[in-house]
Design a protein around this ligand. Structure first.
Ligand code: ATP
Ligand code: MG
Length: 263
């Protein structure tokens, strides 16, 4: 299964959700790939630690080789790196992605990611793509390449307004480029069950018929600590409530119970 985590709003939890879902998937024995298309590289740092910026054969290298004619193009698998965690792999980001974007756009390379992921799809059980907080070339490439989109929602009124815009943009991509694209669900993140506003906002979304997923991810300092340690929660805090919520969310998405080998 290939899914993309997307929300144009910054800081709603795209990278945190990508890496923690991927880590639960990997810990359940599935061969799992994270594709980091955000030049900020937060998922790359989270999974690989700080030397991540130096990784050769990264996403920028992959896109760059699509710009020039080469008889011996590298196989997409050559851009995939093992992470320190069993079954968890990454196509790392690089800041060069920013500089390449206009050239890729000008040369209409929007389907290159789709072709690469099709070639990788049967080598991984799950592929999860992290995107920048923008509907840019890379995000559109990802939305064209996948069947499912997860939209993180951080329980704030601005985010609610942003949801309507996002759903409209996804519909445009679906109509123009990818009729298989579907919203898998809205992931409520940074939820504070004791505060009244988040509960009210979420209930209103459900009443409007928005596809809100049944598992809400609580706000917890453990998330920031696990970023700091470059260790997703399933490895950093296996018994924590937020870890259990990620496991439940993954089970909802893959429609089966999973047991985690790491915990
Ligand atoms: N459930 C949570 N509890 C507490 N903090 C969280 C939670 N989810 C995310 N955060 C924190 O919120 C911040 C933003 O999260 P993250 O980087 O995952 O968002 P993003 O949508 O990927 O951001 P960007 O748009 O910049 O790529 C980070 O500091 C992260 O640690
Ligand atoms: Mg991010």
């Amino acid at each position: 299964m290939i899914r993309v985590v997307f929300n144009q709003k910054g800081g709603v939890g795209k990278s945190s959700i990508t890496c923690n879902l991927a880590a639960v998937s990997a810990a359940s024995g599935r061969r799992t790939l994270v594709v980091d298309l955000d030049p900020q590289g937060n998922s790359t740092h989270y999974l690989m630690g700080h030397p991540a910026a130096d990784l050769k054969n990264n996403a920028a290298d992959f896109f760059e080789q699509t710009l020039s004619f080469n008889m011996f193009q590298k196989d997409p698998i050559e851009y995939i790196h093992s992470s320190p965690f069993d079954n968890l792999f990454i196509l790392p980001s690089n800041p060069e992605l920013d500089f390449l974007e206009s050239k890729l756009e000008a040369k209409h390379k929007i389907y290159k990611l789709k072709n690469a992921l099709r070639a990788l799809e049967n080598q991984f059980d799950e592929i999860i793509i992290d995107t920048a907080p923008a509907l840019n070339f890379y995000t559109r490439s990802a939305l064209i390449a996948t069947d499912k989109v997860l939209i993180p929602f951080d329980c704030d009124d601005f985010s609610r307004q942003a949801l309507y815009t996002i759903l409209g943009e996804l519909q445009d991509i679906q109509e123009d480029h990818n009729d298989k694209l579907e919203v898998e669900g809205i992931v409520v993140n940074q939820f504070q069950p004791r505060a009244s506003l988040p509960t009210k906002l979420v209930n209103e979304l459900v009443e409007e018929g928005m596809p809100v997923l049944p598992v809400k991810l609580n706000a917890s300092i453990k998330m920031k600590e696990s970023h700091q340690a470059s260790k997703p929660l399933v490895y950093f805090a296996p018994k924590h409530a937020l870890t259990a919520q990620f496991q439940e969310l993954f089970e909802v998405l893959c429609e089966e119970k999973v047991s985690l080998e790491t915990v």
